[in-house]
Ligand binder design. Structure first.
Ligand code: ADP
Ligand code: MG
Length: 685
């Protein structure tokens, strides 16, 4: 095993300088290099003869050099080298631009295998800038060639040579850690064959089979690791069997608004779960503003009229307070007692709530993390809801449900997650989706602009404020940073307050402020005492100020699309036309494409799928936030089918052998450990 961990610096032909370049590609060890998967392949394996050449297509052929080179210099910075050759079907020239040094490489009578673009100049056959080698070498021509992602100072050829040597030298030392029975079951390649063929495939089919094996193994390990960490295999707990209650339909009828079809469908799914005796474990995904809260409230109502308590946990005091207010206004006609438990309550109030809760005198408890403190005990907890669950760790979520005896569990999120990722992150949950917004919402007008537009944006802010509206401005950083040329909230706040928008009340909000300070600022923004709120992404979740109709995001290119979509969801909550302005300070094509997607779509799921496609899962959430290990082979966007197979296998394996103790399964552990090694503490989704 040690051999695989050997630093590549000590390999022949590498050394510290090259090694540091490999490091930029996150490659330090032999193993990492072996698992450096080509990003593409070029098929140079199929020989053709000149006669079959198609203009502008690459062609591989066997040639014999038949004459002296000709060197021309038609312009100052241009030289054209021509080497006459023939093949079995005709005559032509190898043509090189500005590569005079090649002129003495080709001797009359030499035989070469060459690959280059075919061109026809009048009747002259040309092969443009071909790569070449002697027959039988099969390193660059006459085979399928891997194309690697590059970094400055490393050519594809450098990597290719090194990998080729590595495979020769180390392949036999690589243990196959995938259990034999799985290899047989799915008819997979051995690890040696797979690594060989992922770099130097015998054919495209072999390459696919190799990739398949490696991706499967990776996704299996991912699934196993996640399940082990979550310590949850499929949930088969018996839970509470809630009765059907007519009061619930009456409650729905009497709501101040009509529920959308999507809300009703999701409620139906929840009721079905509640009314059977299996413990519900359901994730509700719904775009910002899709009305998840009311779905939660109706479910809690059902729990209460069935004689059980219910609890709803939110990530911030502001959100908890908002939920509490919605609840009390909807429930005041009923004999249902609802309380709010947050950190900022007086000791006395807290103690009162705790004792009433335990005595069963409180029906619904809403709050923050305060809910999961040890001294909070329920009398008969039937249902727990965690709102904006991605803000909580797994442990926090489960400790809420552990306050009852297998209560039904709902978690809600406004972060639309692409299907594959949802399967990975929430494979153990049933998923409901609210895919419709309540009627009458106006589209938020979204504009992507460059930084030259800032002055116009400030004018626009002044105008909106003069109409009585409010604005958010979001920056990627809290403070100025030496290493990054990005806008910081503090700087911008000072600039606007002291120079550019002196007549307006400007507020500052960021994650490093004390909770009390944050609440104070939000309260002032709520009251329109602050008109322009400069902040970091702390306002991403749950903030609801209907009068704010303008969201400006600085360095929008730095944010995930899903995140920008979330930010945009902070406006458009009231009756006013709302605007979202994305200042894109990086005009590369991917960045522009991403902005275009946001401008043209308001569908969170579509947006998140696109983001995953464009940026890959590594950057999708920021791996750190979600603790998802970086994948080397599998692609979460395209490998859905493999993922499903791996997931089923993982469930089977863990059901029969929860700690992977069986001789067959032991090999899996080391890979899983390696995969999650550095991320275990961060795993938090
Ligand atoms: P989110 O899904 O983002 O948590 P909320 O539950 O906060 O959304 O709902 C956003 C707003 O929409 C709230 O003011 C809520 O009262 C309102 N709302 C929810 N459902 C409906 C509906 N069916 N018709 C009209 N308004 C609704
Ligand atoms: Mg919500």
């Amino acid at each position: 095993m040690d051999i695989l961990n050997k630093n590549i610096q000590y390999l022949k032909g590498v050394g510290p300088k090259k090694a540091s370049r490999f490091k930029r590609l996150h490659i330090e060890t032999v193993e990492e290099l072996l698992y450096f998967i080509p990003r593409d392949y070029e098929d140079r394996s199929i020989f053709k003869s000149l006669r079959d050449g198609v203009r502008d297509e690459k062609i591989t052929l066997k040639v014999e050099i038949i004459g002296q080179y000709i060197l021309n210099r038609p312009r100052k910075n241009l030289s054209i080298l021509k080497i006459p050759f023939r093949d079995s079907s005709g005559y032509g020239n190898l043509v090189y631009f500005n590569q005079d040094y090649l002129k003495d490489r080709f001797k009359i009578g030499d035989i070469y295998i060459v690959n280059g673009k075919f061109n026809k100049n009048g009747i002259e056959n040309q092969i443009m800038n071909p790569v070449f080698e002697k027959p039988g070498q099969s390193q660059k021509v006459g085979l399928i060639v891997p194309i690697y992602s590059l970094t400055e100072g490393l050519t594809s050829n450098d990597i290719l040579k090194l990998v080729n040597n590595l495979l020769k030298e180390y392949l036999t030392f690589i243990p196959d850690l995938l259990p034999k029975y799985l290899i047989n079951k799915h008819n997979l390649m051995s690890i040696q064959e797979a690594l060989m063929n992922i770099h130097f495939p015998k054919s495209i089919d072999y390459m696919k089979k190799a990739r398949n094996r490696l991706a499967y193994e990776e996704l299996l390990n991912l699934q196993l690791g996640l399940s082990i960490i979550k310590n949850k295999t499929i949930n088969n707990n018996n839970g509470i069997k809630f009765p059907y209650k007519k009061e619930v339909s009456d409650f729905i009828k009497n709501l101040p608004f009509k529920l959308t079809k999507a809300q009703l469908i999701v409620l139906e799914e929840i009721f079905t779960d509640m009314e059977n005796n299996k413990q519900m474990n359901r994730l509700i995904q719904g775009d910002v503003g899709s009305g998840k809260t009311i779905v939660g409230i109706v479910s809690m109502f059902k729990s209460v009229v069935s004689g059980y308590q219910a609890a709803m946990m939110a990530p911030t005091e502001i959100l908890a307070m908002q939920h509490y207010e919605s609840l009390t206004s909807l429930l005041d006609k009923y004999d249902i007692r609802c309380e709010l438990l947050v950190g900022s309550l007086s000791k006395k109030k807290k103690v009162e709530i705790q004792s009433d809760l335990k005595a069963g005198k409180i029906d619904i408890l809403v709050g923050t993390h305060a809910l999961i403190q040890d001294n909070v005990e329920f009398n008969r907890l039937g249902l727990t809801i965690t709102d904006e669950q991605h803000r909580f760790g797994v442990k926090q979520r489960t400790s809420l449900s552990q306050k009852g005896e297998n209560p039904d569990i709902i978690v809600m999120t406004a972060t639309p997650i692409p299907r594959t990722l949802a399967l990975i992150l929430y494979g153990d949950l049933d998923i409901s989706i609210i895919d419709e917004l309540p009627p009458g919402r106006r589209e938020i007008e979204t504009y992507a602009v460059d930084k030259n537009m800032k002055e116009r944006i400030y004018k626009f802010i002044e105008k909106q404020v003069s109409f009585g509206r409010q604005a958010y401005i979001v920056c990627p950083l809290i403070e100025e940073s030496e290493s990054m040329d990005l806008n910081s909230a503090k700087e911008l706040f000072q600039y606007l307050r002291d120079e550019r928008l002196v007549k307006l009340n400007i507020g500052l909000l960021h994650g490093k402020m004390a909770q009390k300070e944050k609440d104070e600022i939000m309260e002032r923004f709520n009251k329109n005492d602050i008109q322009v709120l400069v902040s970091t992404t702390v306002i991403e979740v749950g903030v609801n100020v209907a009068n704010a109709n303008l969201m400006v995001v600085f360095n929008a290119e730095r944010f995930g699309l899903a995140q920008l979509h979330q930010l945009r969801g902070r406006v458009g909550r009231g009756e006013y036309q709302s605007y979202c302005i994305l200042i894109n300070e990086n005009m590369n094509s991917i960045s522009r494409e991403r902005m275009r997607i946001l401008q043209s779509s308001s569908d969170g799921f579509f947006i998140s799928e696109k983001d995953l496609e464009l940026r890959g899962p590594g950057e999708f959430f920021g791996t750190k936030q979600h603790g998802l290990p970086q994948l080397k082979v599998a692609n979460l966007f395209t490998d859905m089918d493999i993922l499903k197979v791996a997931q089923t296998d993982a469930h089977h394996i863990l059901n029969n052998d929860p700690n992977l103790n069986n001789e067959d399964n032991k090999g899996l552990i080391s890979k899983i450990n390696e995969m999650f090694d550095k991320n275990l503490d961060l795993l938090d989704y």
